[in-house]
Design a protein around this ligand. Structure first.
Ligand SMILES: [Zn+2]
Length: 186
């Protein structure tokens, strides 16, 4: 009686949230079988993943140590928040650290939505590509429709991209997709 419940497992928390939505209508969990941070959507490569997915093993997948997801209180524990699954949210350590300590849960969810947008969209190459298309007066929907008509085109465009010994950076992706489009579609 009055004793604090211990923290539920990540799988128990994910099980509760898997059919829930944020105030803006977005699903909390984008992919049930690909655990990622619920704020910035960062994910981790896991070679055990496909086996666990094939087994339909939701519990083992979400509890897998490879996913460095922290169990974060929505209404902070120090401010009276409980250890109930409904008060816990799975995030990477950077998002956990950056998230607001507030008893106003609406403000917490607004922060999550903004974090997703900032990390996922603004820092994503797709955002740069759309800006590039718009500045050149290329119809964005036409561009994507052309690529999606034949998915092989995305792969063909990769042929011209190089990592310069490091990694494929955003500007390389933008230039690669754009030049392949300009050479073949128009
Ligand atoms: Zn994160």
């Amino acid at each position: 009686m009055g004793k604090t419940k211990s923290l539920p497992s990540r799988a128990q928390i994910a099980e509760y949230w898997r059919d829930k939505r944020l105030p803006n209508g977005d699903e909390v969990i984008r992919d049930d079988y690909e655990p990622s941070c619920w704020a910035c959507k960062r994910w981790w490569h896991n070679e055990d993943e496909s086996k666990l997915i094939n087994d339909g093993n939701f519990k083992a997948l979400w509890n897998h140590p490879k996913y460095i997801l922290e169990r974060c209180h929505i209404h902070p524990k120090a401010l009276g928040g409980s250890n109930d699954v409904s008060n816990l949210f799975l995030m990477c350590s950077q998002c956990h650290e950056a998230s607001p300590d507030t008893t106003n849960t609406n403000l917490f969810f607004e922060w999550v939505q903004k974090r997703t947008y900032d990390k996922m969209i603004k820092e994503h190459w797709m955002y740069d590509l759309v800006k590039e298309l718009q500045s050149r007066g290329i119809e964005v929907s036409e561009f994507f429709n052309w690529y999606n008509e034949d998915e092989e085109r995305w792969l063909d465009a990769h042929e011209s991209m190089n990592t310069h010994g490091f990694k494929v950076v955003n500007s390389t992706l933008v230039a690669g997709y754009l030049s392949y489009y300009l050479e073949n579609a128009v």
